[in-house]
Every structure is written in structure tokens, then in C-alpha cells.
Unconditional design. Structure first.
Length: 387
């Protein structure tokens, strides 16, 4: 157990964060480090270039940091008995029943074989249900036929979050169900789409929109007042930027895609949140799930859930699962630390062994699958702040 956060270490934490803040770097940033009852937050820069300053309660699009929250929501429904981890999803998701499977992930979409097993809730939580982002998308000299077919449908599941492009859940599921799976259920880790499907499963199981399922099972009991799929308080929402050869350009305004209720509510990447809400979520996991999850559900969420065969067939390269694996909708390291990043500029890291939580929220989109250097630097400074 760590001895706590030192004052010198916290001062360095702030100065490290400041090095990465600027109109041509990261316009605004809120970073949090917590250990035990100690919580330290630094808010620096501006919500928009030339605009008002960032505050501790500023809102950020957390993108794929949504995924662990979706997993916790799923485990709440497992604890309630509404779904089972190893139950086939066919009854609630008939669109996925008996799907054909591509003979080769880069092959024609009509060259298929039958699925050899049904899709289960566990397959969705472990990202092994058979559809999603794969390494071949980025290494193939030409677009994969399945990716081309996906781009012609209103799915937005193989690219960045796009709330305004996605239709209602039933239409979305029908579109996905018109495509073959990319791999046999249970055989290969594939990124992203499983969490979107999981959200539809949870909504149908609970008989509520996914936003209501999350609110009633997690957000209200944990006091996560600001976490949702949209906000009317756009004055608190940071402008989203992406990097180009000519500098940062706006990718979403505060009054843009997250300023009104979405038709879909994407459990893979759709939430906005604050550092204190994400700290509340982390602390729930650190204390064994109370008051929303069982200890067994937390243990499953924070431990390796992939087989060696699934790791060998999945990931984004040979080293992807080196020193780490996948639990339920998030990465878990061999050290026991867990968390996941959001490609619109966020990172969330929880280390039970060091009693440490580190959260970095920015509005600068990732330039690659790896987070920008600010995230690693702030996390390193957080560890160095431990006495």
C-alpha cells in the first residue's frame, strides 16, 4: 500500500501537466491523481482556443473510456439476473442469430461459412463476438471489403464516435445484422463494435434506453451527476480538436454532436463526463463494487478474461497483449492495474496495488492508437508523487 501523495510530488504533477498545455499543444486539461482519501486536481488551459478557462467540473467527451462503464452496467444486470454471462444473446438480439461468418477477414463479403456457436454476453464483454476493428484494416493495401460495406451503412462502428450519424438502436442492429461476422464467435479479439452491441443488449434486457440503464444502475447511486450521452450545459463542454499538418482544427463544437440526445446512445464511445465522476466510478471498483456491483462482478471486470488462443488471433500487432490483456471492456495489466483510454483525448487508469487513480481529460484527439505524450507523462508524475 502506498504511503500517500507528497506535496513535492503534487507540485511536479502540476508542472508536468503544464508543459503540455498550449493553443498549439493541448488547449485545455484537467488531471486528477488520487490515493486513499487524498485527491488532487489540476485544471489548466482553456475550454476552447481563446475561450474561457478549464475548470475542475468541465465536461469532456470521454469516447472509449465509456467502455468500462458499459461493462459495469452489464455486470449490474448480471447481478440482477436479467442477463447471464454465458447465455446466448439470440433472444434479445435476434439480428445476430445464425449469422454467416467470413471465410477470410479480407475476403469478399459473400464468401462465408456458418457460425459454429451462438454469440454470448461474455463474447460481447471480451470483444470476441466476431466483429470490430482488426489489424488488417490498417495493414491492407486496399480497404477490406467488409469495412467498405460497413461504411455504407449507418453504423459508425469502425471509425471515431459520430452520435449524429447513428440511427435508433433497432435500425442500427438491423444494419449490423445485414453483414456477415468477421470471425467465428469466441475466436478472436476485435475492437469497439462489441461494446455498441452490448449497449443494445442491456437496453432490451432492462426495457429502458441505455442512458436510463446506466443512470439508474450506476450514475445515481455513485453520484455521477454529469456523466451522460449529451449535455444542455454546453458552456461547460470543451471544444474538440484534431491535429493536422497546419495545426489544431475543430472537430466538434460545444453545441455540436453532444449537445442533444442521440438516437442511439453508443455504449462504446458516447459518454461525456468529469474527473470527479470518473473518480467515483474508480473508487467503486477499488472498494469491491459497493453499492452497485457484487465483489464477484468487480473481480471479473478487473482480471484477464482472454484465452491464449484469443490473444494470439487478436490485438493490433504481436506486442499488443505483451504485459497486458483484456477483461470486460477494458485493458488489465499483468500488475493488476486496469483502465482504458478515449481517442477524443482522455485516459483513465486505476492501480489497486499502488492505491492510485490517474485521470487525464483533454479535448485533443489522439493522433494514433497511442495516446499523446501528455497522458503518459502525467501518469508517470502521479506514480512519482507517491511517498
Amino acid at each position: 500500500m502506498a504511503a500517500g501523495l507528497t506535496q513535492d510530488g503534487l507540485a511536479r504533477f502540476d508542472s508536468v501537466a503544464a508543459e503540455y498545455v498550449g493553443d498549439d499543444k493541448t488547449p485545455g486539461l484537467v488531471a486528477l491523481v488520487a490515493s486513499g482519501e487524498q485527491v488532487h486536481v489540476t485544471a489548466q488551459g482553456s475550454l476552447t482556443i481563446g475561450g474561457p478557462p478549464v475548470a475542475r467540473d468541465s465536461l469532456f467527451r470521454i469516447a472509449s473510456t465509456t467502455k468500462p462503464i458499459a461493462a459495469a452496467t452489464a455486470m449490474a444486470l448480471v447481478d440482477e439476473g436479467l442477463i447471464g454471462l454465458d447465455d446466448p444473446v439470440d433472444k434479445l438480439l435476434p439480428e445476430l442469430a445464425g449469422r454467416p461468418v467470413l471465410r477470410a477477414v479480407d475476403g469478399p463479403i459473400d464468401d462465408t461459412v456458418p457460425a459454429i456457436r451462438p454469440i454470448t454476453t461474455r463474447h460481447l464483454l471480451t470483444f470476441t463476438f466476431g466483429f470490430g476493428n482488426v489489424l488488417e484494416q490498417f495493414t491492407s493495401p486496399t480497404p477490406l471489403p467488409i469495412a467498405v460495406a460497413e461504411s455504407e451503412l449507418p453504423l459508425s462502428t469502425l471509425g471515431p464516435p459520430a452520435p449524429d450519424a447513428q440511427p435508433d438502436p433497432d435500425t442500427w442492429m438491423a444494419a449490423l445484422g445485414s453483414l456477415p461476422l468477421m470471425a467465428q464467435p469466441g475466436e478472436r479479439w476485435m475492437y469497439n463494435t462489441a461494446a455498441s452491441v452490448l449497449g443494445v443488449l442491456l437496453a432490451r434486457a432492462a426495457g429502458q434506453p441505455i442512458g436510463e440503464v446506466m443512470r439508474t444502475r450506476l450514475f445515481e447511486p455513485l453520484g455521477m451527476r454529469d456523466t451522460a450521452f449529451w449535455t444542455a450545459q454546453t458552456d461547460r463542454l470543451a471544444t474538440s480538436y484534431r491535429n493536422t499538418p497546419d495545426g489544431l482544427v475543430v472537430s466538434d463544437e460545444p453545441n455540436g454532436q453532444w449537445s442533444h440526445p442521440p438516437a442511439f446512445g453508443d455504449a462504446a464511445a458516447g459518454l461525456i463526463s468529469t474527473v470527479d465522476d470518473l473518480l467515483a466510478f474508480a473508487r467503486m471498483l477499488l472498494r469491491g463494487g459497493s453499492p452497485v456491483l457484487s465483489a464477484e462482478s468487480v473481480a471479473a471486470m478487473t482480471s484477464d478474461q482472454l484465452t491464449p488462443e484469443q490473444k494470439a488471433r487478436g490485438g493490433f500487432g504481436a506486442d499488443f497483449f505483451q504485459g497486458q490483456s483484456w477483461s470486460f471492456c477494458q485493458m488489465v495489466q499483468d500488475s493488476g492495474a486496469f483502465g482504458w483510454d478515449g481517442g477524443l483525448g482522455t485516459s483513465w487508469h486505476v492501480d489497486p496495488a499502488s492505491d492510485l487513480t490517474v485521470i487525464v481529460l483533454t479535448q485533443r484527439n489522439f493522433d494514433s492508437p497511442e495516446p499523446p505524450p501528455v497522458h503518459a507523462a502525467v501518469k508517470e508524475a502521479a506514480y512519482q508523487a507517491l511517498g
